[in-house]
Write a protein that binds this ligand. Structure first.
Ligand code: SF4
Length: 577
């Protein structure tokens, strides 16, 4: 195939994520245990009605769509029927499909459909699935793109690959649900997504995202400087009126110069943004707490890996002390622990799990140690012959929430499933619902900072805790009643409610039982639905970029060029089931 498409930016492009439904067991590799809900999938999955449920868009595809000048349509979370319908209704010159390795059969099926229905279209496959060891023989595509899809697509369409990256102005999540209740999301309530860089130079041997963008020592910076990042954040703020950013960067704070310049600009321009970031523990420790609070860091996703884990990102860090310190400043922590590291033995697992749980993070992700293709860990297991064959494990089950995909040196096959469940259950049993932990951390931050001399910090604290004396008080009241009714009262919940009421006075005292009663009813209804086996699926998104909309209006090649660094993405057809 040529390196540049003959039609250049006149080529009609369709980008799609893999088809759903996702939370069911089927022949295409969907698994009930592997829903399209990040938190419910691998963080709060054993918390029942307390589980945080929400969906996140396919950000990589949105970024590509925002950065190509060709008419581009995006289908996010289509059903197979909706994907077929699109191919029946429109001709495309290029069809791009992205997926993760457990979805390789869906990617293969979508490529088959494109070949059958639009044989002239160029098929491009991207995302983690490109690392699947047999992808070229099982998926019929013209190009497999590993790493930076923006630069690749621009090059393929004859655009300048290194041109400044335009950032889509999009919310980070949708369809949120907790306690059986879906809060009405007002514009500005949800964080915007911010993608400063992809990849992580730390290069931990199991890390797929680091490996996808070059591994140890490598990453791709979309915004090199704090000034460039601040500029794009300001534009997103103006465009969609947000107060917070979900920073989709493997290790945001590692880029210290950029982060500290961003802090300076936030101070100079009086910005009270809240940032939710991923960061390794050692990097977090390298910042003063004043810097983190000043930057608006209020949610951190950090790897704890496991007791004695020998990763550079954890060396000389007392992770339990770090978590306590962050929480005492109102910074919510999502810790991540791996079950089944090489040195783990069955007899040590209770102690390993207890150690993880003792961090008392607000949320705790547990994942099985998984050698994913593309990583150094995979190569090691391949070399020593310990990978399971496709006869021994279905690729759709290699998502890290069910079984090992290799023969563990000490843990007998199948035991890991139990250990993983034990970890989630123990965390829930000891630390309670994540929602209550989050409220406790937020209250600690509010107490410490609501009278802070810096108005910029006071404003963020007030905004982030605007529901503490109302909805959150009601949620704690409902959780308290729930556990009391089950015969297992949790003293910490009563104490937390009293603490909120002490600080938020009559409002929290009056509203907690009123809101709480309604939540209690929705929790009971949700509990019944969960017992009946209900699952949730994301809606389908169908979006066109300005060039595609111009083409629809018969103005091919005459749409106004978008010169700023933000590109709006228009939702042409909203939700479809
Ligand atoms: S520090 Fe985190 S993001 Fe970076 S390579 Fe290690 S696991 Fe991946």
């Amino acid at each position: 195939m040529p390196d540049i498409h003959p039609l250049g930016i006149r080529a009609k492009v369709l980008l799609s994520s893999v088809f759903g439904p996702y939370a069911q067991d089927d022949a295409y590799g969907s698994r009930k245990i592997n829903p399209m809900e990040l938190y419910h999938n691998q963080v709060t999955r054993f918390q029942g009605v307390f589980s945080l449920r929400m969906f996140h868009r396919s950000f990589g595809l949105l970024l590509i769509q925002s950065n190509i000048d060709a008419p581009c349509t995006l289908l996010d979370f289509p059903t197979r029927e909706r994907f077929v319908e699109e191919l029946q209704q429109q001709n495309y010159d290029i069809v791009g499909i992205s997926g993760i390795i457990p979805n390789v059969r869906k990617v293969a099926e979508m490529c088959r459909l494109v070949r059958q229905m639009q044989p002239k279209a160029t098929i491009v496959v991207g995302g983690h699935v490109t690392n699947a060891f047999d992808v070229a023989s099982t998926v019929e595509a013209d190009h497999f793109v590993k790493g930076d899809g923006v630069a690749w697509f621009r090059r393929f369409l004859g655009q300048e690959p290194a041109a400044p990256v335009r950032h889509p102005a999009i919310y980070s999540g949708f369809g949120m649900r907790i306690l059986g209740y879906s809060p009405k999301e007002k514009p500005g309530d949800t964080a915007a997504v911010l993608m400063p860089s992809v990849g992580c130079p730390m290069g931990c041997n199991f890390c797929s995202t680091s490996a996808l963008f070059g591994g140890k020592g490598h990453f791709v910076n979309f915004y090199e400087t704090g000034d460039a990042l601040f500029d794009v954040m300001q534009q997103i703020e103006q465009r969609i009126g947000i107060h917070s950013f979900f920073v989709l960067d493997e290790n945001f704070l590692l880029h210290r110069k950029r982060a500290l310049r961003l802090l300076e600009l936030m101070q100079q321009n009086d910005k009270s943004w809240a940032l939710y970031v991923f960061s390794s523990a050692r990097v977090l420790e390298s910042y003063d707490i004043e810097q983190l609070v000043g930057l608006g860091i209020s949610w951190v996703w950090t790897g704890l890996e496991g007791n004695n884990a020998s990763y550079a990102k954890l060396s000389h860090v007392d992770t339990r002390a770090l978590v306590r310190k962050l929480q005492s400043h109102g910074i919510r922590v999502l810790g991540s622990t791996i079950i089944g590291l090489e040195e783990h033995r069955p007899e040590d697992m209770p102690e390993i799990i207890d150690y993880a749980v003792s961090h008392a993070t607000d949320f705790h992700q547990f994942m099985l140690y998984t050698p994913n293709p593309g990583t150094a860990l995979y190569e090691k297991h391949k070399a020593d012959g310990s990978l399971l064959s496709s006869d021994e494990i279905d690729v759709a089950d290699t998502h890290g929430q069910d079984r090992f995909s290799f023969r563990h040196p000490h843990i007998p096959a199948g035991w890991e499933t139990r250990f993983l469940a034990d970890a989630f259950m123990r965390d829930f049993e000891v630390n309670g619902p994540s929602l209550a932990r989050l409220v406790r951390t937020q209250l600690a931050g509010w107490k410490r900072y609501h009278n802070h001399p810096d108005a910029r910090i006071r404003r963020r604290i007030a905004w982030e805790n605007r529901s503490l004396g109302t909805t959150y008080a009601g949620a704690v009241w409902a959780m308290d009643r729930w556990f009391k009714a089950s015969g297992k009262p949790v003293a910490e919940l009563s104490d937390l409610l009293a603490d909120i009421q002490q600080h938020f006075g009559w409002q929290a005292k009056v509203l907690a039982p009123i809101i709480g009663m309604r939540l209690l009813m929705s929790m009971k209804a949700e509990n019944r639905r969960l017992q009946e086996g209900i699952t949730y699926e994301p809606e389908t998104f169908f979006e066109k970029n300005p060039a595609a909309m111009a083409l629809d209006r018969g103005l091919a090649g005459r749409h106004a060029p978008v010169e700023d660094t933000i590109r709006p993405v228009a939702v042409v057809t909203p939700a479809m089931a």
